[in-house]
Design a protein around this ligand. Structure first.
Ligand SMILES: [Mn+2]
Length: 283
């Protein structure tokens, strides 16, 4: 495979993306890094077509950055587009295989498969295959997927620590400690409603990853949660069998094997409030 004619376009906004980027760099795969946060779109990436033309790529691999308009423009230019994704977006299903409709593995797992990356190749590149694959598994279905895939408790801890480690260059350590504390405080203020915990988060950056870890460590099983990130403008319902219905009703996006739903209020005119979500869940 001629990697020189391929370019990877990736927003580095979580551990999975960082892992893919590090693998790409080790493989010397040309890369365009997007600075967009979660919810990135190829259509909103500045000068992306020009950037791709400039690097002379014939094949573009786009990771979790849906942008149907730009994808079409690129394929009209005769370029091959490889979409790596596993989320449901409003009006766009990228969580299921377009043909067999099976739910797709995480983006990292797809990346490893696309390039036929074996454990021995990962080792040759200087990575621990169990940890690399662990990052892909945790992104697909959180710690439950790691348990399912035969990771021991000790290994799960290692994968979580590795997630933190690879995020280090992108995270301010002091800030992270502060967020972990804020998450513990938010947990203390949790409310119980039906089968859900409800938590309100007033931080700009969002506490979801920290809270998910707290919950997993406290309960060691799936716990339904409604998380209202008021300052960030995102509302989530996690670990509920009704997330698909929420998606069908309100739009937004799903993640974690469709058992989690989120809606970004900041980017749209139609807002979805906690009250509306609760009302829908009682119906
Ligand atoms: Mn992912």
């Amino acid at each position: 495979m001629n990697l020189k004619k391929t370019v990877l376009v990736i927003p580095v906004n979580d551990a999975e993306a960082v892992m893919i980027l590090r693998l790409a760099q080790a493989m010397k795969l040309p890369t365009i890094i997007s600075q967009q946060p979660h919810g990135a779109s190829l259509d909103r990436e500045p000068k992306i077509i020009q950037q791709i033309k400039d690097c002379g790529a014939e094949r573009i691999i786009v990771v979790e950055m849906p942008g149907v308009k730009t994808e079409k423009k690129l394929s009209d230019l005769g370029l091959e587009i490889v979409i790596i994704d596993h989320h449901h977006y409003q009006g766009l299903d990228r969580a299921c295989h377009p043909k067999n409709k099976k739910s797709l593995p995480s983006s990292l797992e797809q990346f490893l498969k696309f390039f036929k990356i074996t454990d021995s190749y990962l080792e040759k590149l200087g990575f621990d295959p169990r940890l690399v694959r662990g990052i892909g598994i945790i992104d697909r279905g959180f710690v439950w997927a790691l348990q399912n895939d035969g990771y021991s408790e000790a290994e799960i801890k290692k994968v979580i620590a590795y997630q933190k480690k690879i995020m280090r260059p992108f995270v301010d350590l002091k800030e992270e400690k502060k967020y972990e504390q804020t998450a513990r405080d938010a947990w203390k203020k949790r409310k119980v409603w039906q089968e859900f915990f409800i938590m309100v988060d007033n931080t700009k950056k969002g506490l979801r990853p920290y809270l998910s870890i707290i919950l997993a460590q406290k309960f060691n099983h799936r716990v339904p949660l409604i998380l209202d990130e008021r300052a960030r403008g995102v509302i989530y319902v996690q670990e509920s069998p009704r997330t698909k219905e929420l998606f069908d009703k309100f739009g937004g996006f799903t993640f974690g094997e469709d058992r989690n739903w989120g809606y970004k209020n900041s980017s749209v005119l139609k807002k979805v409030t906690l009250a509306e979500v609760k009302k829908f869940l009682t119906e």
